[in-house]
Design a protein around this ligand. Structure first.
Ligand code: ADP
Ligand code: MG
Length: 463
C-alpha cells in the first residue's frame, strides 16, 4: 500500500522533492485504515505536514479508502529531554502523533562519525572583556549581556543586532556565545554565518540529507546566525530557516542574529520571517565616537603589551572614523612598520603609514584643506593657525577655520580642537559662536567669510 501511495505522491510532487522528503520515510504498519510511518525528525514531520499534506492525503484516500488516517512516528534524539513534542497531539485535522522510537547517536550534520559533536565554531578571542562599551553600542551590548546570562529566558528572543560593516556585530554575538558556553558548558551553542548555513543546506539538498541537516540544527540550544541579509532572495533556505527558527523558539531556545541593516530594509526576506524578528529585541551598533575609538585602540594595545604615544592614538582616532576593523587594520600596520623598520612609533610614522594604506582620507573637504585655504586668505602661516598665538589677525583666521571645520566636516568638536593645536571643544564652540555673531553685526566680515566659503568650494572642485 505504501508503495502505491509513494508512486502517487511522486507523480504529484516530482522527483526532487520526493527523493528529499519521502525516500527517508519508513512505513511501519497498517492497522485497518491507519497507516503509521516513521519520519527521521520532528522537523521532518512538520515540514511534511506543511508542504505535502495535500498529495499525502489524496494518495492515502485513493489507496486506503475514505476512512484512511495517517500516524507518524518520529525518531527522537535520545538524551535530549527538551524534545518532548512527540506525545503532543498536533492540531492538524485527523492526524495524530504516536509513540516514539529512540535511536541513539544521531550523527549530527556535516560530521561523519556517529559521535555527536557540539562544536560551537566560536572564536575564543571574542569576549565581553575586550569589547569596549560606548554610546555607539551600549544597548546592543547590554542586551547581549542579558541574553548571555539567561539564554532563552529573557524577552530578547530573538535578539537581532544590526549595523554597518566592521562595527562589532560578530565580536558581540560571539562574546554572547562564549559567555553562555562558559556558564553552561553542556549547552549546545552554535555560531554559523548565514552563508555557511546556506551552503550546508544546499549540500544537504544535493545529498538527500535534509533530515540530518535539520536534525542537527534542532539540537541547538543557542543559535547564533550571522549576517542574515545574506539569506535575501534565497527562498528555500529561508523556508528551512523559518522552520528551524520556529521550532527552536517554541522550545525556549535562544536565537541571536545579525544583519547589516535594520529589518525594515532587509529586502528579499520573507515577511513571515521578518515578523518573527520583531518578537524579540532589535538593537543597532553605530560608528564609535572619537573617545570610544581611542578606548578600543588602547584595549587592543594593552592586550598586546604595546605602548603608543597619546598624540599618535589621537591622530589615528581622528583620521580613521569609518569603522573599527579599519582602525584596527591601521593600528596593526603601524605596529608592523615600526618593528620592521626598527623605528619608534611616533606621529610621523603614523602619518606615513596612513598615507600608504588609506588614500582617500582627505578626499572631501577636510580640516587640513580648510586650514590651508583660510591661512592663504588671511596671509598667515599654517603653523600660526595651529599655534596658541593670541595675535589678533591670527585669532580671527583660526576662528574662521574652526567655523568652517564645523560647517564642512562631520568631525566632532573635540576632533576639530585636536587639529588646532590640541584645543578643547569649548574653544571650538566659542570660535563658531564668535564667527556667527560677528557675521550678523558686521556685513564686511560676513562678505569675507562668504568669500572664503566660495574659495573652499572652488578649490574642492579643482582638487
Ligand atoms: P562586524 O561583524 O560588525 O562587521 P566585527 O565584529 O568583525 O564587525 O568587528 C571588526 C573588528 O573590530 C573586530 O576585530 C572586533 O574585535 C573589533 N571591534 C568591534 N567593536 C569593538 C569594540 N566595541 N571593542 C573592541 N573591539 C571591537
Ligand atoms: Mg561580521
Amino acid at each position: 500500500v505504501w508503495e502505491d501511495c509513494l508512486r502517487h505522491i511522486k507523480a504529484e510532487i516530482g522527483e526532487q522533492s520526493f527523493n528529499t522528503w519521502f525516500k527517508p520515510i519508513v512505513p511501519l504498519k497498517i492497522e485497518g485504515q491507519v497507516l503509521t510511518i516513521q519520519v527521521p525528525s520532528q522537523f521532518f514531520y512538520e515540514y511534511l505536514e506543511e508542504h505535502f499534506i495535500g498529495p499525502m492525503r489524496r494518495s492515502l484516500l485513493a489507496n486506503l479508502g475514505n476512512k484512511a488516517r495517517l500516524q507518524y512516528s518520529v525518531i527522537v534524539d535520545k538524551g535530549d529531554e527538551s524534545h518532548k513534542p512527540m506525545s503532543v497531539n498536533y492540531p492538524t485535522s485527523d492526524r495524530k502523533v504516536n509513540g516514539k522510537t529512540n535511536i541513539e547517536n544521531f550523527s549530527p550534520f556535516d560530521i561523519k562519525s556517529s559521535a555527536p559533536t557540539h562544536e560551537s565554531n566560536l572564536n575564543s578571542g571574542y569576549i565581553f572583556d575586550n569589547f569596549v562599551e560606548g554610546d555607539c553600542n551600549r544597548l546592543a551590548r547590554s542586551a547581549g549581556y542579558a541574553v548571555a546570562k539567561k539564554p532563552g529566558v529573557t524577552s530578547f528572543n530573538p535578539l537581532l543586532l544590526y549595523g554597518g560593516v566592521g562595527l562589532g556585530k560578530t565580536h558581540l554575538v560571539q562574546a554572547v556565545g562564549n559567555e553562555i558556553k562558559g556558564q553552561y558548558p553542556d549547552k549546545f551553542v552554535l555560531y554559523v554565518s548565514s552563508e555557511k548555513f546556506t551552503n550546508q543546506f544546499i549540500e544537504a539538498l544535493r545529498n538527500n540529507n535534509i533530515q540530518h541537516f535539520s536534525n542537527y540544527y534542532l539540537q541547538v540550544d543557542t543559535l547564533i546566525i550571522d549576517d542574515v541579509q545574506f539569506l535575501s532572495g534565497k527562498e528555500k533556505t529561508q523556508e528551512i530557516f523559518f522552520h528551524i527558527f520556529n521550532h527552536l523558539h517554541q522550545s525556549g531556545k535562544q536565537i541571536i542574529m545579525t544583519s547589516d541593516c535594520p529589518p525594515r530594509d532587509l529586502k528579499g526576506l520573507q515577511e513571515r520571517l521578518l515578523s518573527r524578528f520583531k518578537w524579540g529585541l532589535t538593537a543597532d551598533l553605530q560608528t564609535p565616537d572619537f573617545e570610544t575609538r581611542i578606548a578600543i585602540m588602547q584595549k587592543k594595545l594593552q592586550s598586546e603589551g604595546i605602548d603608543i604615544p597619546d598624540n599618535v592614538l589621537e591622530y589615528l582616532a581622528y583620521s580613521v572614523d569609518t569603522n573599527i576593523r579599519e582602525l584596527e587594520g591601521v593600528l596593526i600596520s603601524l605596529v608592523a612598520q615600526a618593528s620592521l623598520n626598527r623605528k619608534e612609533i611616533d606621529l610621523q610614522l603614523a602619518k606615513d603609514t596612513l598615507k600608504n594604506i588609506v588614500q582617500d582620507i582627505d578626499s572631501d573637504v577636510g580640516v587640513d584643506f580648510i586650514q590651508k585655504t583660510v591661512a592663504e586668505h588671511y596671509d598667515v602661516s599654517l603653523d600660526d593657525i595651529k599655534s596658541k598665538t593670541r595675535k589678533k589677525e591670527i585669532v580671527v583666521a583660526r576662528q574662521v577655520a574652526m567655523y568652517f571645520s564645523k560647517e564642512h566636516t562631520s568631525l566632532s568638536l573635540k576632533s576639530i580642537g585636536y587639529h588646532f593645536g590640541g584645543r578643547d571643544h569649548s574653544t571650538v564652540i566659542h570660535a563658531v559662536q564668535t564667527v556667527s555673531d560677528l557675521m550678523e553685526v558686521d556685513s564686511k566680515f560676513k562678505d569675507e567669510v562668504d568669500n572664503i566659503r566660495k574659495k573652499l568650494q572652488i578649490k574642492s572642485y579643482n582638487r
